[in-house]
Design a protein around this ligand. Structure first.
Ligand code: OMP
Length: 287
């Protein structure tokens, strides 16, 4: 998906919401197991639970979001069945919702020839639109992901967690912080048509500093909802003339209800965020 297509989707949906698929079998809603039992063999139950939960969430939230972010950890944790579910969910999205951006959240990045294989995995085998990548092994670990037309590297810049302070905010002798070096250096490798940055919603006013160095790039912003980040603050300091933001919420949407109506409630939570986003987009004159 190109930047232009993504912006068109944001305008059409009046939303820059990304729904995170962090599918944890310990958090499945009541009653789902019984439904899945009727449709799947005993040995397919793990696949069935992950697939049925995720696809029901997708059907309920699709009108309100422009992107999905399945997090690989939540599929790899269940072995082969988990990975089969990941693949099934990607295919389900591609067949039913081809205009939604699919971000595989795998935080890859390794020596060049290994990154090349990771790129092949995600951009050829699974054919997702975007992949989260860690920048700390440098140029040859990131550039193999950048050779694909219409695909995106989503590079970690300033993450949402407490540990972001351990390294990302470290200053050199000139007062430059590590995340600032990442933003500067990585723009020698990619551009705002093939690279986004991850910036945590919990980072508040730091978005101003990010925008000084990456005025045009899309930012993937996780951390609203369960981690307490503020949508208003993110938009105040991070939004640009064509939006430039994808705001992710995972647990706040997908586990909003533990009952039979989990998908319906997830849809309502996504719609609430979409309505807030529509207002912000209108106020900013974007749509
Ligand atoms: P919730 O806190 O449940 O909305 O989930 C946030 C999602 O975003 C999880 O899949 C995290 O792994 C991911 N994430 C962060 O929470 N913080 C970051 O700084 C970066 C990510 C990410 O790369 O997606």
């Amino acid at each position: 998906m190109t930047r232009k297509e993504l912006i068109e989707q944001i305008r059409e949906k009046q939303s820059f919401l990304c729904v995170g698929l962090d599918t944890d079998l310990d958090k499945m809603p009541k009653g789902l197991k019984e439904i899945v039992k009727k449709e799947y063999e005993e040995e397919e139950m793990t696949f069935g639970m992950l697939f049925e939960f995720s696809t029901r969430i997708i059907d309920a939230t699709a009108p309100y979001c422009v992107a999905y972010k399945p997090n690989l950890a939540f599929y790899e944790a269940y072995g082969i069945e988990g990975m089969a579910a990941f693949e099934g969910i990607i295919e389900y999205l591609q067949e039913n919702y081809p205009k939604h951006l699919i971000i595989a959240d795998a935080k890859r990045g390794d020596i060049g020839n290994t990154s090349k294989m990771y790129a092949k995995t995600f951009f050829e085998q699974y054919n997702v639109d975007a992949l989260t990548v860690a920048p700390y092994m440098g140029e040859d670990s990131v550039t193999p992901f950048l050779g694909y037309d219409g695909k995106w590297v989503v590079l970690l810049a300033l993450t949402s967690n407490k540990g972001s302070h351990d390294f990302q905010l470290m200053k050199d002798e000139n007062g430059e912080r590590l995340f600032e070096k990442v933003l500067k250096k990585s723009q020698e490798w990619g551009n705002d048509e093939n690279m986004m940055y991850v910036v945590g919603a919990t980072q508040g006013q730091m978005f101003e500093d990010i925008r000084k160095l990456a005025p045009n790039h899309f930012l993937l912003v996780p951390g609203v909802g369960a981690q307490g980040g503020s949508l208003e603050e993110v938009c105040k300091y991070g939004m640009i003339k064509d939006c430039g933001l994808l705001v992710n919420s995972s647990r706040g949407i997908i586990y909003a209800s533990n009952e039979k109506d989990f998908d319906e409630v997830a849809g309502q939570k996504a719609q609430e965020l979409q309505q807030q986003m529509a207002k912000i987009l209108a106020d900013a004159g974007i749509c």
